[in-house]
Write a protein that binds this ligand. Structure first.
Ligand code: FEO
Ligand code: CA
Length: 671
């Protein structure tokens, strides 16, 4: 994407504009269309298995009376005990009746003692480093006691929205950053990364931040990190300031993530390409790629020109530092209980736009990490460690340095092949440009292209469950043509996405041949053209579009959060959190539990181990698609935002915030 292309696109945020204009012309799998398998998998077999098509179900169950009777029965059988929230979109957040949804911490709130109250008119890079960062996405909780009343919250800060963050500048990326300054760019860099904060339940069961905790820490785009795994120290990771190829400053665009079984925090680097810059442009404003990294840069969309940090910091300018972008796009591991520890970028898990990194201990003791590459037509991966999880945290922290990365090929017969990305095996040889495992990791996308992986509809969060089933959020892909549909990505121009359920063979998460099914196809089931598939009792409030993040609660029930971007106008609903039944007669039944204020997407979610607290992250409130917000109908700015959530105070812009949900009177959520 060139900067010019975002100028008149009407997209609500850069990530979205970026993805919309991303071309992946080198992806050979796009030529391998298997349009002849459309619908083949969605015949009788799937209906009988429970992937319920609305029309087919209606045909099976017949009359209205029967449906009503079934609905009453279904509600009684629901595993999620709450009264569904009414969908909609307004300036506030909403939670199902009987629950509290309290703001725990907002962008700009102090995370250390003796830091003044936030003043958005007086921001500085140093000051931002003492405060909660911007656009909270992943939330993980590491308990510090057995009662789950005290713990460390790990929160990713994915990106920044300058138009509602800084006074008087509006959207900058659309116009070539005319009002940006080095100081503002440095504040942005300080607002990226993550926050680690101790929180505790006080009187009345309410959670608060422990400001004087020794664990509190900000990680930013300039925090010193090390690189390990097969690509560590490789020439392609060396720069003019790092001759070792093992030291890097910062982490960026940290979207979802994970908490390992040994209590470390995994931060996934997603749209890293957007932070790189080039001054060499063709007549259309597109970067001219030259040199040995050109092919790789093209496949990864580097440079994106989403931010102009490269105008002030040479390392983000690929003309000056062509290897710096090879040092981003990884899974970063942080020990949240050691505030002086140096975070590690694990190259063994491959380099791509990692959405998240949820993991599970396999029966044989190895850890398996699932991670999607969130781009149109990119792939789903899993990583299986070589070693096994033990009782020694330090030893466990070496596990993500060595193992096998697999990419998924979804077959139309309902099986999935997990194909290993190993140098020297199959096409991953020097003849094809892969001289070592380092090359395979740095160019994991290109290695996966050669293996014939299945191009997906933007793989977002992936959650493995204890019973061997794995849920994959595929958020949307409006660029898939009818000729490009396949069994696992069954709808062309998919605006609303779908959820795939993988069943790992015999519960072995390391298995290389598994099966898959579609749990739901998202969108409005009342509009036939949408082709949505839900349990037929799903209400007008319960269906959703664009699944993004997901989590299991303490009882193994699945919850989904959505990110429709500025496309929320297509559903008329703000983003929210939904319960989604995976078993029994109600399989595919969804209910709305929480919804965001206008223009925000919902991230997290994360349940405490006792199931009594749910952490949610409301990201970029007041920004996305505000032209569709009735009564407002214009772009948000700092001075004139669509909402001032959560403060609703004149002069205070909307603030991304973590929200804590608890049940009134106590107890597990939705039980
Ligand atoms: Fe940052 Fe793919 O969502
Ligand atoms: Ca996401």
């Amino acid at each position: 994407m060139s900067q010019d292309k975002t100028h008149d696109d009407g997209f609500g945020n850069r990530a979205e504009a970026f993805e919309a204009f991303d071309d992946i012309p080198t992806n050979p799998n796009l030529d391998n269309t298997i349009g002849d398998v459309i619908n083949r998998r969605y015949g009788r077999r799937d209906i009988l298995k429970g992937a319920l098509a609305v029309s087919a179900t209606t045909a099976l169950f017949g009359s209205t009376a029967m449906l009503a009777a079934q609905k009453a029965q279904a509600n009684a059988a629901s595993r999620y005990r709450f009264d569904e929230l009414v969908s909609g979109n307004d300036e506030k957040h909403h939670i199902a009746e009987g629950y509290d949804a309290d703001v725990l911490i907002r962008w700009g709130d102090p995370i250390f003692p003796d830091v003044s109250d936030f003043d958005p008119q007086n921001q500085s890079p140093d000051d931002q480093l003492k405060r909660f960062g911007y656009n909270n996405d992943y939330v993980g909780f590491v308990p510090l006691n057995t009662s789950n009343s005290r713990g460390v919250l790990c929160v990713n800060h994915e990106y920044t929205n300058e138009e509602v963050m800084f006074p008087g500048i509006g959207r900058q990326d659309r116009d070539g950053f005319p009002k940006m300054t080095k100081d503002l760019a440095d504040i942005e860099m300080a607002a990226h990364g993550g926050s680690i904060i101790e929180i505790a339940r006080g009187d009345g069961g309410k959670w608060g931040v422990v400001l004087d905790s020794v664990f509190n820490r900000r990680i930013s785009a300039e925090t010193e990190m090390t690189i390990d795994g097969p690509a560590a120290g490789h020439d392609r990771l060396k720069t003019s300031v790092d001759s070792t190829g093992m030291k890097v400053l910062g982490t960026i665009n940290n979207c979802a993530g994970g908490i390992t079984p040994w209590g470390t925090y995994l931060m996934a680097e997603e749209n890293f390409h957007g932070y790189f810059w080039s001054d060499k442009k063709d007549a259309d404003g597109k970067a001219i790629l030259e040199g040995p990294e050109a092919e790789s840069q093209k496949r990864y969309g580097v440079p994106g020109g989403w931010y102009n940090w490269g105008q002030y910091h040479d390392r983000f300018n690929i003309d000056k530092e062509p290897n710096e972008s090879n040092r981003f796009g990884y899974i970063v591991e942080v020990d949240p209980l050691d505030p002086h520890s140096i975070p590690v970028k694990h190259t063994a898990l491959g380099r791509f736009r990692h959405e998240g990194a949820e993991s599970i201990v396999n029966g044989d003791g190895r850890l398996v990490v699932y991670t999607g590459d969130d781009n149109r037509f990119d792939y789903l991966y899993k990583f299986v460690t070589a070693g096994t999880v033990g009782g020694d945290k330090r030893a466990n922290m070496q596990l993500l340095s060595d193992g096998t990365l697999y990419v998924a090929k979804f077959n139309d017969d309902g099986t999935v092949d997990w194909m290993p990305l190993i140098h020297g095996e199959g096409p991953l040889t020097a003849e094809n440009g892969f001289n070592s495992q380092a090359d395979v990791c740095i160019d994991a996308r290109m290695a996966a292209d050669l293996l014939g992986a299945t191009p997906m509809d933007r793989p977002e969060d992936v959650e493995p469950g204890a019973d061997g089933r794995v849920y994959v959020m595929l958020t949307n892909n409006t660029r898939r043509t009818p000729e490009q549909v396949d069994a696992a990505n069954p709808r062309p121009e998919s605006s609303f996405g779908h959820i795939i359920e993988i069943t790992e063979t015999d519960g072995d998460f390391a298995s290389t041949k598994s099966t898959w099914n579609i749990l739901v196809k998202c969108g409005d089931p009342a509009i036939a053209d949408v082709g949505a598939e839900w349990h037929p009792d799903t209400s007008e409030h319960g269906w959703f579009g664009s699944p993004d993040n997901c989590a299991f609660d303490a009882d193994g029930r699945l919850w989904i959060s959505t990110d429709q971007g500025s496309g929320w106008g297509k559903t008329g609903k703000s983003d929210g959190l939904y319960s989604l039944e995976t078993d029994g007669d109600l399989r595919g039944h969804s209910k709305l539990f929480f919804r965001c204020p206008v223009g925000g997407e919902l991230c997290g979610p994360y349940f405490s181990g006792d199931g009594e607290t749910l952490f949610l992250a409301v990201q970029h409130p007041g920004t996305d698609g505000t032209k569709d917000f009735k009564g407002f109908e214009r772009d948000s700015t700092f001075e004139d935002p669509a909402t001032r959530w959560p403060d609703f105070q004149e002069g205070m812009p909307p603030r991304p915030s973590v929200v804590v949900v608890t049940k009134q009177g106590g107890g597990k959520i939705a039980v």
